[in-house]
Write a protein that binds this ligand. Sequence first.
Ligand code: GLN
Length: 453
Amino acid sequence: QPPASGTLFGHPKGLFLLFSTEMWERFSYYGMRALLILTLVAATESTNPGFGMSNGDALLTYGYYTGLVYATTLFGGLIADNWLGQRRSIIIGGILMAIGQFTLFAATPHSLDLFYVGLGFIICGNGLFKPNISAIVGDLYQPGDARRDGGFSIFYMGINIGGFLAPLITSSLGESDAFGWRYGYLAAGVGMTLSVVIQLLFAQKYLGDLGRVPGRILSHTEAGTAAPLTKVEFDRLRVVLFLFIFVTMFWLAFEQAGGLMSLFALSHTDRFIGTFEVPAGWFQSLNSLFIIIFAPFFAWLWVTLSSRKIQADAPIKILFGMLLTAIGFGFLIMGVFEMQTSPGSKASMLWLTLAFLFHTFGELCISPVGLSLMTKLAPVKLASLVMGIWFLMPAVAQYLAGFVGAYSDSAGDNPAMVEFAASLGVRQADAGLLVVFGGIAVALVVFAAALWL
Ligand code: GLN
């Protein structure tokens, strides 16, 4: 039962507590993520030294890390459902992530091994935190409560306010020679600490008993039985699994954001406005900024479509999301063409900005919609597990995204790719970018067509 602490803007007050907790956690996550690839590739001998990896190795490392960050959500969901309950999982996960961020602060740039230890803490902590906080949002609403989707839209705002502010702060610190990478991680650690403190101080008041008891025990007592899943529950789980492949393809494309697109910002984009050089990490804020601007429009669009009886079920939205994302890659390809104008030419910031805009449109068709859908499709006793499966989609995707991104580093060695690029007037050094951006765009269209069928 949701607590009786009253409502705010028509939603249970607990929503705003979860909003704040998640906002600071995402501040921490996206703040460090914006720096990760940049720290890995920064030369060891420089005014702001990093770990001196090649682009390819850094993209692979980035893929393993972000993949694992989301993969552990499956275990976090299981652990909460069976033993800890969601609330305790959130606290423990949050503390682990804070330790991880402070470890990154201590490790950079001296010890790559210690840096990996820090990443490990964040991986484990996120597994406990992310699926469970999302599942509690769903628990605030009774089945059939029409406010649920709206609640998730508000929650998603919290995610993106954190995601917007964080890279601005962490990369201003991290990319400046005066501070250095490690101070970005320190800021991320402070954000994570705030998240935990907010949760510790206010959860009892605004969430009452929500998420205290593990779902397994809850479903026994509430339904009075440990019955196997019903046919309807099974069918619903099959929907989740069917959507898996398409949503995964979407994230594979989308999650080039903090990897290859970040390197594209760093090395191939003209980031000067007059004499001011925009830090490469700032581009990581665009996605969240666009979410904040356009989420209300999309929320309005879904309501309007359904009131006009236009069929806009989750699969249709996913299909459009993939096509919009493909358009985003089209803009990146334009950027690669612009780089061919003369030997030192870089791409205008416009291309990266438009790409993030269309990727955000894609995300808005898929991610909040899917998050809410999962809490509707999940049987009570598997609530957090299904949430874990939802985050397994970006997990698999990010792991694969690392390989796809890294191919941009080696495609220039493949004569067929080089010849293909040359036929379009793209030089060998940029063949990899063209092939990867173009390949992803084509794959998205093919998957969208398959989903349509
Ligand atoms: N940007 C969203 C978040 O951080 C979605 C991430 C995801 O599901 N892969 O929660």
